[in-house]
Design a protein around this ligand. Structure first.
Ligand code: B12
Length: 369
C-alpha cells in the first residue's frame, strides 16, 4: 500500500530539522560530496544500465542539481519541497531511460560521501533524511507513475491557435509563430492575453512533453528560441516611451536560466509605464547588487523556477535587507517553484510574492496610490 502525494508530504514533515550548522556544513562541502558521488557512480559495474546509456554528463548534472537542492531543503527546513520534488525527479529521469535502480545506488553514494567529508557531529539529521529517501524508494516510483497534467486552461476561442503555435514552435517555424502573434497583437493591450492564452500554455506543454520524453532537448530549445524572437517583436507594438511610473528592476535569479516569465512581467509593466530595467537570465548576485546601488529602483522583482536556486536567492535577499542603502527596495518574488509550493516564498526573505501577471499588476496598482 503506497502513500499518495499528501500523505508522503505529511510523512516528510516528521523528519528532523537539520541544524543551521549542519546545513551550512553540507552546503560548504557540496563540491567534494558531488565529486565523490560522480566517481562512485561512474565506476559502478552497471553504470550504463543504471543511466539508460545516456551520456554520463546527464548524471553529473543531476548530481550537481541534487546537491544544490538538498542544501536548499536543509537550510530552509522545507521537507514538503523534498516530498513534492523527488517524484518529479524519478518521473523525468525514468522517461529519459534512467533505471529506477539508479536512485537507491545514488542515494547510498551520497550517504557514503557525507560520512567521508562531513564531521560526525554534523551528519545525524542529514543522514536520517537520506535514509528516509532510500526507504521511500518504491513509494517514489509509484508516485512518479501517477499521470500529472501540466496543461494550463486556455479559452475556447484561443485553443486552435495555441495548438498551431505549439506545433510550429517545436518545429522551429519562427515565421508561422510570428504570423499567429500578429493576428492577435495589434495594440499594447493585446500583449497580456496573447502571453497568457498562447505563450505560457505553450511553454508549459513543451515542458510536459520534455518531461515525458516525447520531445527532445533540441526541440525544447527551438521552441524557447522561437518564443523569445516572437516576444521581442510583438512586445514593441505601440510601446510608450514616457516613463511616468517608478523604477523597477526585473531579473531571473542567479543560476536561473528560465527567463520567459520574468520577461513577460517586464513587457507588461513597461507597457503600463513603469521605468523597467530587465536583466534576463542568470544575473550574478554581485552585479545585481551593483546595479541596484546605481539605479536605485523602488522594486526588485525576481523570478525563480528551479527549487535548487532558492538558497542563492535567500542569501541575496539577506544581503539586500542588511544593506542600509538597499533595504528599502521592495523585493517581490515569483516563478514556477513558488506557484507549486505556495508557502515556500516566505523562506526567501522577500517582502511579497505574486503568482502571475494579474497579481503583480494588482500589487503595483496599490503602490501607485
Ligand atoms: C523553456 C524551459 C527551459 C529553457 C529556458 C529558456 C529561457 N530562455 O527561458 C532552458 C533550456 C534554459 C531550461 C533549462 C532547464 N530546465 Co527547464 N523548462 C523550460 C520550460 C519548458 C518552459 C519555461 C517557461 O518559459 N515557462 C513559461 C513562463 C511564462 O511561465 P513561468 O516561468 O511560470 O512564469 C509565470 C509565473 O510563474 C509568473 N512569474 C514568473 N517569474 C516571475 C517573477 C515575478 C517577480 C513574479 C511576480 C511572477 C513571476 O508569471 C509568469 C506569467 O504568468 C519549463 C516548463 C514549465 N512548466 O514552465 C521547463 C522546466 C521549468 N525546466 C525544468 C528543468 C528540469 C530544467 C533543467 C534542470 C534541465 C536540465 N536537466 O538541465 C534546466 C535548469 C536550468 C537552470 N539552472 O535554470 C523542469 C523543472 C522541474 C522541477 N521540478 O524542478 C520543467 C518544469 C520542465 C518539466 N516539466 O520537467 N529550461
Amino acid at each position: 500500500m503506497f502513500l499518495g502525494f499528501d500523505d508522503i508530504v505529511k510523512e516528510a514533515k516528521k523528519l528532523p530539522v537539520v541544524s543551521l550548522a549542519a546545513a551550512t556544513a553540507y552546503h560548504e562541502k557540496t563540491s567534494f560530496l558531488t565529486e565523490y558521488v560522480d566517481e562512485t557512480l561512474a565506476s559502478h559495474p552497471k553504470i550504463h544500465d543504471l543511466t539508460g546509456h545516456n551520456p554520463l554528463q546527464v548524471m553529473y548534472d543531476n548530481h550537481r542539481h541534487h546537491a544544490a537542492f538538498m542544501a536548499t531543503v536543509f537550510s530552509i527546513a522545507n521537507y514538503e519541497l523534498l516530498a513534492r520534488t523527488v517524484p518529479w525527479v524519478y518521473r523525468a529521469y525514468s522517461a529519459h531511460s534512467f533505471s529506477f535502480d539508479y536512485f537507491p545506488v545514488e542515494l547510498k553514494a551520497w550517504v557514503a560521501a557525507i560520512d567521508k567529508y562531513m564531521a560526525t557531529d554534523m551528519t545525524a539529521e542529514i543522514k536520517s533524511v537520506y535514509a528516509w529517501m532510500i526507504k521511500q524508494h518504491e513509494n517514489m516510483m509509484y508516485l512518479s507513475q501517477i499521470k500529472k497534467e501540466h496543461k494550463l486552461p486556455v479559452r475556447e476561442d484561443w485553443l486552435e491557435k495555441k495548438t498551431s503555435f505549439l506545433a510550429a514552435a517545436l518545429d522551429g517555424d519562427h515565421r508561422k509563430c510570428l504570423g499567429i502573434a500578429k493576428e492577435f497583437v495589434l495594440t499594447g493591450k493585446d500583449i497580456e492575453p496573447f502571453y497568457l492564452q498562447i505563450i505560457q500554455p505553450v511553454m508549459y506543454e513543451v515542458g510536459m512533453l520534455w518531461e515525458q520524453g516525447t520531445v527532445s532537448v533540441a526541440q525544447e530549445h527551438l521552441a524557447s528560441a522561437v518564443v523569445g524572437r516572437v516576444m521581442a517583436s510583438t512586445s514593441m507594438v505601440d510601446v510608450v516611451c514616457d516613463r511616468v511610473m517608478p523604477k523597477v528592476v526585473i531579473t531571473a535569479a542567479p543560476n536561473e536560466y528560465h527567463e520567459i516569465g520574468a520577461w513577460m512581467i517586464s513587457d507588461i509593466l513597461e507597457h503600463d509605464g513603469w521605468d523597467v530595467k530587465y536583466l534576463g537570465a542568470n544575473t550574478p548576485a554581485d552585479d545585481l547588487l551593483e546595479l541596484l546601488k546605481s539605479f536605485k529602483p523602488k522594486v526588485l522583482a525576481m523570478s525563480v523556477t528551479m527549487p535548487f536556486n532558492i538558497l542563492k536567492v535567500k542569501q541575496l535577499i539577506g544581503v539586500i535587507k542588511a544593506d542600509a542603502e538597499l533595504k528599502k527596495i521592495l523585493v517581490v518574488i515569483g516563478g514556477r517553484t513558488f506557484n507549486e509550493n505556495p508557502e515556500l516564498w516566505q523562506s526567501t526573505g522577500a517582502d511579497c510574492f505574486a503568482a502571475n501577471i494579474q497579481e503583480i499588476k494588482t500589487l503595483f496598482a496599490k503602490m501607485e496610490k
